[in-house]
Design a protein around this ligand. Structure first.
Ligand code: HEC
Length: 94
C-alpha cells in the first residue's frame, strides 16, 4: 500500500513536469470562471492595458494562481497552466 502511494506520487510528479498545457481547455475554463470581473466591457482591457501587472511569462502563472486562489476554485496546477497558456497565446504573447 505504502509502495503504491509512493509510486503514485512519483508518477504524478513526472507527469507534472512533462505536462503540455492545453490552451483550448484553458479557454474553456477561463470563459467559465474568469470573465465575471475581467470582462467588464471588453475582456482584453485588463490583459493588454499599458500598466498591466504581468510583464513576463513566469508572472502570468503566478497571477493566474493568485486569482484562482482568491476565487477558491480548487483547480489543479495543470488547469492553471492551461489557462496561462490560453492567456499567453491570446493576449500576452511572451
Ligand atoms: C473577483 C473578480 C476576479 C475574478 C473572477 C478573476 N480575477 Fe483576475 N484579476 C482581478 C483583479 C481585480 C485584477 C487586477 C489586479 C491589479 O490590477 O492589480 C486581476 C488581474 C488578473 C491578471 C493580471 C492582469 C495584468 O495586469 O496583466 C490575470 C492574468 C488574471 N487576473 C487572471 C485571472 C484568471 C485566470 C481568473 C479565473 C481563474 C481570474 N483572473 C478571475 C479580479 C478577478
Amino acid at each position: 500500500m505504502r509502495l503504491l502511494l509512493i509510486a503514485a506520487i512519483v508518477s504524478s510528479q513526472a507527469f507534472a513536469e512533462d505536462y503540455k498545457p492545453d490552451a483550448e481547455n484553458g479557454a474553456f475554463l477561463h470563459g467559465d470562471h474568469c470573465v465575471d470581473c475581467h470582462m467588464v466591457d471588453n475582456h482584453e482591457a485588463l490583459y493588454t492595458r499599458e500598466n498591466r501587472v504581468v510583464n513576463e511569462r513566469i508572472r502570468l502563472n503566478g497571477q493566474v494562481s493568485a486569482c484562482v486562489q482568491v476565487l477558491n476554485l480548487g483547480w489543479f496546477p495543470d488547469e492553471e497552466k492551461d489557462v496561462s497558456e490560453f492567456l499567453n497565446q491570446e493576449y500576452y504573447k511572451f
